[in-house]
Ligand binder design. Structure first.
Ligand code: BG6
Ligand code: MG
Length: 211
């Protein structure tokens, strides 16, 4: 049924949540804004600037666009420093073996991520040059739930939307896939939104869908 699989990166291929959390918490503390894991979960799949807006919901003052840009840059610097802690051990054997198996079965494999750091993260975990295409925060103008990032990924692998399966851990990502006319499989938190075509209890369950 499918010819390509488009994977979200953060929360699907690897786990960067704790680094996002630590970096946003650092910024929030500096601004005197309350921030917790629950708020952090709302940032999944959302672009950096939109994430900042969510973090600032509890901020009473007013910031100029330039200040917002400065703060989002500060968060990113802290985040990138933390990403240096990642290495090939942050890619699970299950994920790697599943990807390899999909490839053997003839599927094209792509990344569809809102992150502008996708390339760096892939390099850290040893998957630089592994995927057939990477569509990320650097080649889009609208972030998930807009379908742009997935439509671009499909275009990069030269497949129609109906031929692509999206794998996502965020509600925003599931919405994006659906809007783009793609079937989607939810993993992790996204399972709870009950909007996906498939719910995965583990990554390797994809092999049951893409036979
Ligand atoms: C997504 C994450 O993959 O990338 C979001 O789920 C994050 O939490 C977004 O805000 C943007 O990431 P970056 O690396 O460009 O700041
Ligand atoms: Mg994600």
């Amino acid at each position: 049924k499918y010819e390509a699989v488009i994977f979200d990166l953060d929360g699907v291929i690897c786990h960067t949540d704790k680094y996002h959390f630590a970096a946003w918490k650092c910024l929030a503390d500096k601004l005197g804004v309350y921030f917790d894991e629950q708020i952090n979960n709302r940032l999944r799949g959302v672009s950096r600037m939109e994430s900042l807006e969510i973090v600032l919901e509890n901020f009473s003052g007013k910031l100029t666009e330039q200040q917002k840009l400065q703060y989002s840059n500060q968060k990113n610097e802290i985040y990138c420093d933390l990403l240096k802690n990642m290495d090939s051990s942050d890619l699970s054997i299950e994920v790697k073996q599943t990807l390899d198996q999909l490839r053997r079965r003839g599927y094209l494999l792509a990344i569809g991520s809102s992150s502008k750091n996708a390339g760096f993260i892939l390099k850290q975990i040893g998957l630089e040059n592994y995927f057939d295409a990477i569509s990320d925060g650097n080649n889009i103008t609208k972030s998930k739930p807009d379908p742009e990032v997935f439509l671009m990924a499909a275009k990069f692998v030269n497949k129609a939307a109906e031929m692509c399966l999206v794998v996502e851990d965020a509600k925003a990502g599931i919405e994006a896939a659906r809007k783009g006319g793609m079937d989607c499989a939810a993993i992790g938190d996204a399972v709870n939104c009950n909007m996906a075509d498939y719910n995965l209890s583990k990554f390797s369950d994809i092999l049951g869908i893409c036979e």
